[in-house]
Design a binder for this molecule. Sequence first.
Ligand SMILES: Cc1cc2nc3c(=O)[nH]c(=O)nc-3n(C[C@H](O)[C@H](O)[C@H](O)COP(=O)(O)O)c2cc1C
Length: 212
Amino acid sequence: MRKRYGVVILLVAIAALAGTSGPVTLPPPDMEGGRPLMQVLKERKSGREFSARELSPQVLSNLLWAAFGVNRPDGRRTAPSASNRQEIDIYAVLPDGVYVFNAKSNRLDQVLSGDLRPATGTQAFVAQAPLDLVYVADYSKMTNVSETDRLLYSAADTGFIGQNVYLYCASEGLITVIRGSIDRDALAKALKLRPDQKITLAQTVGYAKGAN
Ligand SMILES: Cc1cc2nc3c(=O)[nH]c(=O)nc-3n(C[C@H](O)[C@H](O)[C@H](O)COP(=O)(O)O)c2cc1C
């Protein structure tokens, strides 16, 4: 028992030293709402004029679940992945820090503190919008896959997640744009990624400027 307390204290101390505050449990996602699919497809589009209005925890939870949440008891997700490797991690870059979406536990695990939104892309709006998602392929989950297929599968798998985000946004009155225009080396450094973690794309989400 004493040993377990020691481990907890050590973890808290490490988190404090790193300037992070540990996991943030999200409210359960609301899977009942949403507008009819054909209307949502009709309105899917990219938007780049963001207001600074923040997303509520419920909207964040719904968005991340739509993006790549667990939708079956066997742990499979709302987006497909090659051989079900589930190699894409979603880094949620928020004004107060960087979090990794833990789909299984429906929580955000904080990995960094501070506002890293400007580092997520080359366009000015990335720093103004309330949320930048960064899609990171974990190549350690893609062993026995050729380099060509790693690139192909991780790009394809990111695309499905990105489209889920587009559809959720069109349904909920949010705007979004998926982005390839990223200084990947600088962002990987800022996010303290391992060499076998590769940034595929990023996606900005928020409310349109001038919208209520
Ligand atoms: C792989 C990919 C990379 C993209 N990169 C960027 C980007 O860096 N910046 C940006 O503003 N839009 C980016 N876009 C959005 C496209 O410009 C947009 O989807 C296209 O103009 C069509 O507009 P629509 O999404 O409204 O149909 C990207 C889209 C894709 C699929």
